[in-house]
Design a protein around this ligand. Structure first.
Ligand SMILES: [Zn+2]
Length: 164
């Protein structure tokens, strides 16, 4: 299954191996993996990753973008190649690196973060009246007891509901 995703090394460490099939990576990540997690590097042989080097043209475009946004200084060579590969392939760059996310956002390159993609059980919640449906702002402090309180409009109990 072609997923059209370029995975940074954090994704290679965090994602289930079967989730990565057909994803793009750069050869320089192998050395990073050997350094950080040799066992993981072995496991990835079974992951059906596509090891690809970006073209010089894509590297030039990535360089222009990184210079424009001012993020160049903090990028590693591997980060930079991942960015160029995403640009070249029109793929989504999966990264938790805020510099890369920033460049993608400003440069119109699709990106997603490693953790929200990898952990399916993350939800966001809203506090909602069980009677009239009023959505109440989430408090910024923990509740003193487990009582969520009552609706200021109709007095019914408030409940936590999954957002969306
Ligand atoms: Zn209500």
């Amino acid at each position: 299954m072609a997923s059209g995703e370029v995975l940074d090394t954090a994704a290679l460490l965090a994602w289930p191996v079967e989730r990565m099939s057909g994803s793009l990576v750069v050869p320089g990540q192998r050395a990073e993996l050997v350094r950080i997690s040799p066992d993981r590097e072995l496991a990835l042989d079974a992951a059906n990753l596509i090891w690809e080097l970006p073209s010089d043209d894509a590297l030039d475009r990535a360089r222009d973008l990184a210079i424009t946004t001012g993020d160049m200084a903090g990028l590693s060579a591997v980060d930079f190649e991942l960015l160029a590969l995403a640009i070249e392939m029109g793929a989504t760059l999966v990264t938790d690196d805020y510099r890369l996310q920033n460049i993608c956002e400003l440069g119109g390159v699709a990106w997603s973060s490693v953790t929200t993609e990898g952990i399916r059980s993350m939800w966001s919640w809203e506090l909602r009246c069980s009677g009239c449906g009023l959505i109440v702002n989430t408090p910024d402090t923990p509740s003193p007891d487990r009582n969520l309180g009552n609706c200021r409009e109709c007095g019914s109990e408030l409940a936590l509901r999954r957002r969306r």
